[in-house]
Ligand binder design. Sequence first.
Ligand code: APR
Length: 261
Amino acid sequence: MTGFGSGDAECSRAVELLAGCGRGVALTGAGMSQESGVPTFRDALTGWWARYDPMQLATPEAYRTDPARVFGWYVYRWRMARQVEPHAGHLALADVARSFDHFAVVTQNVDGLHRRAGSEDIIELHGSLEAFRCVGGRHPFDPERFRDLDLPEGGGVEPPACATCGSPIRPGVVWFGEQLPSDAIGRAHELVTTCDALLVIGTSSVVYPAAGLPDLALTAGATVIEINPDRTPLSPRATLHWPATAGEALPQLAAALAGTA
Ligand code: APR
């Protein structure tokens, strides 16, 4: 006899809600990568912001005040992202996409794990750890020279000068106080206002404008399914809150949608 596992009721409800949905979108946050060993930002004790002040690491002012500290932290995170692997939830999300006519991933993550897991049509709202560029002319910079650097967490790295224009190199991510790339946020708006279903996975839903996307989807009539072990400000409004990790829920959902559960 097969017993009911945890999440079976939510999985069945999710499959019911997704039936007939042609256009799907996933909105993902740091919790999506947590099971790959990448820290989240706001989880108590383990989140980056439990240990560091975001105003000293993730703002233009911080970079101007202490460029080596800020640049070093992003080099450290770039190397961490290269050392980890996509987990079963990342891989399952690429499978879930196959149940839709069109599926896109809008992510706040900068670690590149969705791409490595085989997802297609990925919108990186907050940029990418791979996309170092210069301050002056946005010329791209290849960080390969830092691959084998002996760099402890918290270690500083002086930003190199751009080979083309001489201006300092900065990370290709969006900092607090900066605008999101207009093409990325424009595309995300279009996707969530025209989709049938939005899966919101592993985000605390407190950082705007990304946190506003589920409400746009709800207003446009879409089903919103939140996958997160904890409740968030979105939970009371979501069509379904599935209290599980990405690595638990997404493989279960992919199997159920494929009819193999
Ligand atoms: N699976 C699913 N969700 C998880 C998991 C997991 N394994 N582990 C933690 N979570 C949830 C947490 O409960 C929390 O709600 O993921 C969420 C992570 O929230 P944050 O750390 O705030 O990350 P995020 O929402 O992506 O932050 C948004 O803030 O600091 C900025 O630019 C940074 O992109 C980031 C933005």
